[in-house]
Design a protein around this ligand. Structure first.
Ligand SMILES: Nc1nc2c(c(=O)[nH]1)N[C@H]1C(S)=C(S)[C@@H](COP(=O)(O)OP(=O)(O)OC[C@H]3O[C@@H](n4cnc5c(=O)[nH]c(N)nc54)[C@H](O)[C@@H]3O)O[C@H]1N2
Ligand SMILES: Nc1nc2c(c(=O)[nH]1)N[C@H]1C(S)=C(S)[C@@H](COP(=O)(O)OP(=O)(O)OC[C@H]3O[C@@H](n4cnc5c(=O)[nH]c(N)nc54)[C@H](O)[C@@H]3O)O[C@H]1N2
Ligand code: SF4
Ligand SMILES: [Mo]
Length: 736
């Protein structure tokens, strides 16, 4: 068999098949490392942290003769406590994936206009980007340059953009994920609950989950916390249209009608206030707007909520009393992926208010105050003020603390969405985001990717998004690179290191190096941007930071983390809201023309014959990131569509049968296996996100299961902060 490198030596180019105006590369020439059965000559263990999701657990990698053979949880790292989730231990399937990007690629056209990717040197790739980008900046302005980013290495490209003077930095993990929660909690308490939700689950007596499907949503530490709470006898109340894994471990499963959670939350408040079982002293001392809230929920009785939610009034009362009985050791989980119906900031507000009535802020078994660890970041040159793209009014949201990613899509195509010819965005860097499977309305995302003059994709795999790029930069995997230190406020605040476990394979390189090399080639006002990357090697920077902060770099390298204790409870917490109190009633929202207290509006019902399409996580997969990982695929090879047994019977659909989904706009899915089950309501169907790969270059992901994203042709924007509610699509099922 011929290896890719030999092949490139022969031809200097890689075959490609054109799709639309841009192309997908087919790569039949990759070949993995051969298994070696001889006993190892050298063995070592290296500490680092994971990047298979963004929880960043500490790992210890066993390396034998330069090859990673096993990945373990780091006992000295507070996010893993010696354990990893199955995705973390399956990281070998990422580093040794034959389909990895191996060299930089540039899109070229032959005489007949046919496009293909050409494998080039790093020099050539950088020079190509720099030339195109410089022209765009000089002609159209730096405000036409943007970055999509998800993951640690994105920070170096953020610095590159900031150095250029562009403020156009977006992440789908905001408006397609936890943005509404951030804004809802910030408006109520003056801060969000943080990336590592500051929930004292191990010490609590009652946890309420509004859809959060912990255990399938596999954030390691939180799942460990949940099992501690279960061992301690804590009560769980799970609200989910689907009997999730955690519903199976709960005292109460409330199979709510999708989209009606605000009604339930208001009814719970009604019970707590009506029966006088809320934390009165806490509210009196810490909150404003109780009288308004009290009036607001007076008629939101359990009987009222029953009409919308389908949850029996007595069940609503019983569960309200259960949370009140345990307060303040009682937590309503704020959720994480909360962009569901377009009224998501208001639902987050309702959750925040309910938590306030339980008086748990700063309390043991409640929402703790994360502790900080002293640390001195070394900065390069200060960044210029920076310019933002002139977004249309429709794409501007009053309370968006980050830029919603879909507004970038809406700024790419001249003649659409009010973007005039010549005023569109021109250059995109895409770091670690697979845009067509991440943003709603993927048809439009693909069109935008085609319209953008220069697309640079930085990825480890030939993910679909790279098929739309002009230049593809192959990053080495997280096991092969340094990153900035992870300095984290937590129950036990810590500093953690990512360092190469083995050297990068192929021609792949770390993001810091790419951004630094590019910085040498781009000039603003006659000066290059290298001053924003004031180090020869990133390790020099992090070592310096650790040592000037008074810690031992040797210790950090060896242990993987430096951990401190902190006092995380506070009986007199401070709230950085305008009033300095918890704002049950939000004047800020009211003044901006929004409901100052959350209101419930019933969602649109599915049309006759249609089901609401719901989606979520699987314990061994992360989005499309693991859809090509053979270790994960051995455990869960393809996604399924969950359908209620009664509905399946009526439709003649049997368990395990392949079906095609068609949405309200006529969009069809790949074939996908039906999972006929009692564990879901009759009005909705459910599937795991991240499947239905379309790109043949991902040999293992190609054509496996169906893509939820493709069926999300509609979304409803949250007018407060721009979150894209994606649970508003409906599908029918037909036998395949
Ligand atoms: N339909 C639908 N859409 C969703 C969701 C859903 O459930 N359904 N979930 C939403 C949520 S919660 C979120 S947070 C977002 C996440 O969406 P994104 O921010 O796009 O994140 P991922 O899907 O993880 O991005 C995957 C890309 O990162 C690449 N990658 C993996 N590791 C590395 C690396 O080390 N370096 C680089 N440079 N690239 C790497 C992968 O190959 C892949 O192309 O999606 C949202 N969109
Ligand atoms: N294994 C694994 N774990 C992950 C990830 C991963 O990719 N893989 N991704 C991580 C990321 S980035 C995020 S943001 C989180 C996301 O994880 P979560 O925040 O837990 O959220 P979702 O994926 O939106 O939740 C889907 C659940 O909500 C239910 N649901 C749908 N509609 C409704 C409704 O109207 N009301 C209620 N009450 N429930 C509803 C669904 O049935 C499903 O059980 O997971 C994280 N953890
Ligand atoms: S939760 Fe799993 S995938 Fe996420 S960082 Fe931890 S080990 Fe990695
Ligand atoms: Mo997310």
């Amino acid at each position: 068999m011929i290896t890719r490198r030999e092949f490139l030596k022969i031809s200097g180019a890689v075959f490609a098949t054109a799709v639309g105006s841009k192309l997908f590369l087919s790569d039949e020439f990759s070949q993995g490392l051969l298994a070696d059965n001889t006993p190892p000559k050298s063995k070592k263990q290296v500490a680092t942290f994971c990047e298979i999701c963004f929880w960043k657990c500490g790992m210890l990698a066993d390396v034998e003769d330069g090859k990673v053979v096993k990945i373990n949880g780091n006992p000295a790292h507070p996010l893993s406590n010696g354990r990893l989730c199955p995705r973390g231990t399956g990281a070998l399937g990422i580093i040794y994936d034959n389909d990895r990007l191996k060299t930089p690629l540039i899109r070229v056209k032959d005489k007949s206009g046919k496009q293909s990717f050409k494998s080039v040197s790093w020099e050539e790739a950088f020079d190509y980007i720099a030339e195109k980008l410089q022209k765009i900046i000089d002609t159209h302005g730096v405000d036409k340059v943007a970055l999509f980013s998800h993951g640690c290495g994105g920070s170096f490209f953020k610095d590159l953009l900031k150095g250029m003077g562009s403020k156009n930095i977006t992440a789908p993990s905001y408006a397609q994920c936890r943005g509404p929660r951030m804004e809802g909690f910030s408006m109520t308490y003056g801060r969000d609950v943080g990336t590592y939700e500051s929930l004292d689950i191990p010490n609590t007596n009652c946890v309420v989950l509004i859809g959060s499907h912990l255990g399938e949503n596999m954030h390691n530490t939180q799942v460990q916390d949940v099992s501690k709470a279960i061992d301690n006898g804590a009560s769980f109340i799970t609200v989910d249209p689907r009997f999730s894994t955690i519903a199976g471990k709960s005292d109460h499963w409330l199979p709510i009608k999708p989209g009606t959670d605000i009604a339930l939350l208001l009814a719970w408040m009604n019970v707590l206030i009506n029966e006088g079982i809320y934390q009165k002293d806490f509210i009196q001392k810490n909150a404003i707007g109780f009288d308004e809230l009290s009036k607001h929920v007076a008629d939101k009785t359990p009987e009222w909520a029953y009409l919308y939610t389908g949850i029996e009034p007595e069940k609503i009362r019983e569960t309200a009393r259960l949370m009140a009985k345990n307060a303040p050791k009682s937590i309503v989980h704020p959720g994480r992926h909360v962009v569901w119906y377009g009224d998501d900031t208001q639902r987050a507000r309702a959750i925040a208010i309910l938590n306030a009535l339980l008086g748990n802020w700063g309390k043991k078994g409640g929402i703790y105050i994360p502790g900080d660890i002293p640390f001195q970041v070394s900065h390069g040159q200060p960044f210029p003020e920076g310019k933002k793209f002139h977004f249309t009014d429709k794409n501007t949201f009053p309370f968006a603390s980050s830029m919603p990613a879909q507004t970038f899509i809406n700024s790419a195509i001249p003649g659409e969405d009010g973007i005039l010819e010549g005023e569109q965005m021109r250059a995109w860097f895409v770091y670690g985001c697979n845009l067509p499977s991440t943003l709603p309305n993927p048809a439009k995302v693909r069109k935008a990717l085609e319209a953008i003059e220069l697309v640079v994709a930085i990825d480890i795999l030939p993910a679909e998004v790279t098929g739309y790029a002009d230049v593809v930069l192959p990053e080495c995997t997280f096991l092969e690179r340094h990153e900035d230190l992870e300095v984290t406020a937590f129950r036990t605040p810590f500093i953690a290191i990512r360092q190469p476990v083995v050297p990068p394979m192929y021609e792949s390189k770390p993001a810091w190096w790419m951004a630094k090399e590019l910085s040498k080639r781009i000039k603003i006002n006659g000066e290059t941007l290298e001053k924003y990357f004031p180090y020869k090697h990133l390790e020099e920077k992090i070592k310096n930071e650790v040592e000037t902060s008074g810690y031992s770099y040797v210790e950090l390298k060896e242990k993987g983390a430096i951990v401190r204790n902190a006092n995380i409870y506070d009986d007199s917490p401070t709230f950085h809201t305008p009033s300095g109190k918890i704002e049950l009633f939000s004047k800020t929202l009211g003044d901006a023309g929004f409901d100052p207290l959350p209101n419930f509006t019933p969602p649109e019902d599915p049309p006759e014959g249609y089901f609401r399409l719901l989606f979520g996580r699987h314990p061994v997969h992360t989005f499309s990131r693991t859809s090509n990982n053979h270790v994960a695929l051995e455990i869960f090879p393809e996604n399924e569509i969950w359908i209620n047994v009664e509905m399946a019977k009526i439709m003649g659909i049997k368990d395990g049968m392949y079906v095609i989904l068609k949405n309200q706009d006529g969009i069809q899915s790949n074939k996908v296996k039906a999972k006929v089950t009692q564990r879901i309501r009759q009005d909705c169907v459910y599937m795991v996100h991240g499947f239905g790969g379309k790109d043949k270059r991902l040999t293992k992901a190609y054509n496996r299961g169906a893509s939820d994203s493709d069926l999300i042709s509609r979304y409803k924007e949250d007018p407060i902060m721009g979150g894209t509610g994606m649970n508003i699509n409906f599908v029918t099922l037909e036998k395949a």
